[in-house]
Design a protein around this ligand. Structure first.
Ligand code: SF4
Ligand code: SF4
Length: 368
């Protein structure tokens, strides 16, 4: 078993992509380059952050002899996971600069949601044209009634040769839709990122275009916008751009624009305030309204409970469904995690959330 004390001249250097976040009970370590994260003791975070760039000999001197076994164990773990490396060269400590927490954006809106149902009277293709002209890179179309193939084709075609990198569809399951229809949809529409078909007979995933485009079939029914905003570790994101954004901006609503199924422009289809109807207001005009951006800057360190959660920089946020609907910095309603005990429970069963569930008229709470 390695005893690092014998490598006393070596410097411990934290990898730039390794980031620690302290929570109320434990910490999280993230590998932003590999997209991984895992809970660790707060002491491990303190060890790396306190002694980053120091020689192992000096680190061991700071601890009593009976703690050296634990120190060995921590260092073995950190090296195995490649959160740190050892170097003979002191200059490496300054060469590996911390991750800058700023980023440049060139478009006023980079992600969008368009909701549609059988009564939606607007031209969704025209909205996609507006979005791509604004520089929108990710568009999600959520249909609450069947969307004919020709409409799916037209929406996908509207993203071709534009700045849009990904268009996702959430549509009701339709057993008339055959493999040939999917192939027709994907041919020449390389911006399609994924399709989710809800209300399917079972849960499964098919892949098309040499495995690049997944079609998710899920049994769950999605009957409206209030199915959004659920928190689960499956949805956590560990990468540099999410990490950077989460320090200063809201990780759901920042530079998001949406059109609800009735055609009103909102921050997201579930937010109460609208900024005009698409029949009389362009998306650019809505974005020009300074009030439209008020939620963009509510980040996790401002949100109750989340600010003490070790997951706050891999989690997204929700400002539409809150534990306290009258407090804009309240914890998201649909999260069942308690960072003070490090346990998950079903948010919908929590007696303290029942008043908010009734307030938002969420009649069929989904399991967290
Ligand atoms: S704010 Fe909440 S409801 Fe709106 S898109 Fe984000 S997660 Fe969904
Ligand atoms: S407490 Fe907040 S940061 Fe933590 S998992 Fe829930 S929503 Fe995310």
């Amino acid at each position: 078993m390695t005893c690092f004390k014998e490598q006393e001249k070596m410097y411990m250097i934290q990898m730039a992509g390794c980031q620690f976040v302290a929570g109320a009970k434990r910490a999280l370590v993230m590998d932003l380059h590999r997209g991984r994260f895992q809970p660790v003791p707060v002491h491990l975070k303190e060890l790396v952050e306190t002694y980053n760039g120091k020689q192992l000999g000096n680190i061991y001197m700071e601890f009593d002899a009976d703690q050296h076994n634990i120190l060995d164990e921590y260092l073995r773990f950190l090296l195995k996971e490649e959160y740190i490396f050892l170097s003979e060269d002191a200059a490496d400590a300054v060469r590996f600069i911390p991750l800058p927490l700023t980023t440049a954006h060139y478009s006023p809106a980079d992600n969008a949601i368009i909701d549609m149902d059988a009564q939606s009277g607007f031209d969704a293709v025209q909205l996609v044209h507006q979005l791509t002209a604004l520089g929108c890179e990710q568009i999600q179309v959520r249909a609450y009634s069947p969307l004919p193939v020709r409409e799916l084709l037209a929406l996908a075609a509207a993203t071709t040769e534009t700045v849009c990198r990904c268009i996702q569809f959430i549509v009701p399951y339709d057993d008339h839709f055959k493999t040939a229809d999917w192939n027709r949809l994907f041919t020449g529409h390389e911006r399609i990122g994924s399709i989710t078909c809800y209300g399917a007979p079972g849960n499964s995933t098919d892949h098309y275009v040499e495995g690049l485009i997944p079609i998710h079939f899920i049994e769950q029914m999605i009957t409206g916008e209030n199915h959004c905003g659920i928190f689960h570790p499956h949805y956590f994101i560990s990468n540099a751009s999410h990490f950077i954004e989460s320090h200063r901006h809201n990780t759901c609503l920042n530079r998001k624009i949406a059109v609800d199924k009735a055609g009103y422009i909102r921050n997201c289809p579930s937010m109460p305030q609208h900024y005009g109807h698409v029949s009389t207001t362009t998306l650019q005009e809505a974005l020009n309204n300074p009030v439209f951006r008020q939620h963009w800057h509510i980040h996790k360190d401002m949100v109750q409970t989340c600010r003490n959660c070790e997951f706050r920089h891999v989690c997204t946020d929700c400002r539409a469904y809150l534990e306290d609907p009258h407090d804009g910095c309240s914890k998201p309603l649909k999260c069942g995690y308690d960072p003070y005990t490090a346990t998950w429970t079903d948010w919908a069963d929590n007696p303290l959330k029942q008043a908010a569930i009734a307030f938002y008229e969420i009649d069929i709470p989904c399991s967290a």
